[in-house]
Design a protein. Structure first.
Length: 255
């Protein structure tokens, strides 16, 4: 009896498929924890962009005209709305597959390297794909709400001449935190699309899921930790900090 024919816990899920799914889930969960929390000391893209949002909110308090800030947040909202609509359309298409499982099995069976799968196993694979996009939908929906909260904070921010020391110290980090949490949820929803693509070859053979999971993790790691874009943003932020420190040192002390 081959490994693919051994059933997992006396269910209709072959052991190889169960191992492939466990590998996929472990990779997705551990990478999310790594990129969003564990590796913040290595300054991934999320940390560098949080620093930019903090600068943005600090300079927003210095401006009288806040319309550019509102327009930037609205562009985030439009992006989130687009992905919510797209996710719902994708979910409708995937759910429709449940009524065409036999046709799907026939199509995949014609692929030379495909491993035969029972109807229940094929339904299980579709169900996992549905769960990934449901997760993405909730993340995009929550990010939209937080972007709307940011608009409220911008609207409630005092004008430049009315900012005392307490507001100047407390408002920017709190507003930047709301923005970053919104963007983190957007990133998790977008990351779900990457992992959904990794799931597609599973319909052909479970071994392919091992390979595509590693491939997606490498792509995400490079973009979050090793990309030229990240290096450029970090260097520009460091130069901006240095210029701000030099300007502060040149400012004459208050009488």
């Amino acid at each position: 009896m081959s490994l693919s024919e051994i059933m997992l816990f006396n269910t209709s899920i072959p052991l190889l498929d169960g191992l492939a799914l466990a590998w996929f889930l472990a990779g997705a969960i551990l990478y999310t924890a790594l990129a969003d929390k564990i590796a913040w000391g290595k300054r991934p893209m999320a940390v560098v962009l949080h620093d930019y949002r903090l600068r943005w909110m600090e300079r927003m308090l210095e401006r009288e005209n806040r319309m550019p800030d509102v327009q930037i947040v609205n562009s985030y909202i439009r992006s989130g709305s687009l992905f919510i609509s797209t996710t719902l359309l994708v979910l409708a298409g995937i759910v429709a597959l449940l009524g065409q499982i036999e046709d799907l099995r026939v199509i995949i069976h014609d692929v030379s390297m495909a491993q035969p799968a029972s109807r229940r196993l094929m339904e299980f694979r579709v169900f996992i794909l549905v769960l990934v996009f449901v997760y993405a939908f909730f993340k995009f929906a929550w990010c939209l709400r937080q972007f709307n909260y940011t608009l409220v904070m911008i609207g409630a921010a005092p004008q430049a001449g009315q900012c005392d020391a307490a507001i100047t110290a407390q408002f920017p980090p709190r507003a930047a935190t709301i923005l970053s949490r919104a963007q983190d949820n957007f990133n998790r929803g977008l990351r779900s699309y990457y992992f959904a693509l990794a799931l597609l070859p599973w319909f052909i053979h479970p071994v392919l899921l091992f390979m595509t999971t590693v491939w997606v993790l490498l792509v995400l790691y490079r973009r979050d930790f090793r990309s030229v874009t990240l290096k450029t943003l970090d260097e520009l932020g460091a130069a901006d900090d240095a210029a701000a420190d030099a300007k502060a040192q040149q400012k004459p002390p208050a009488a």
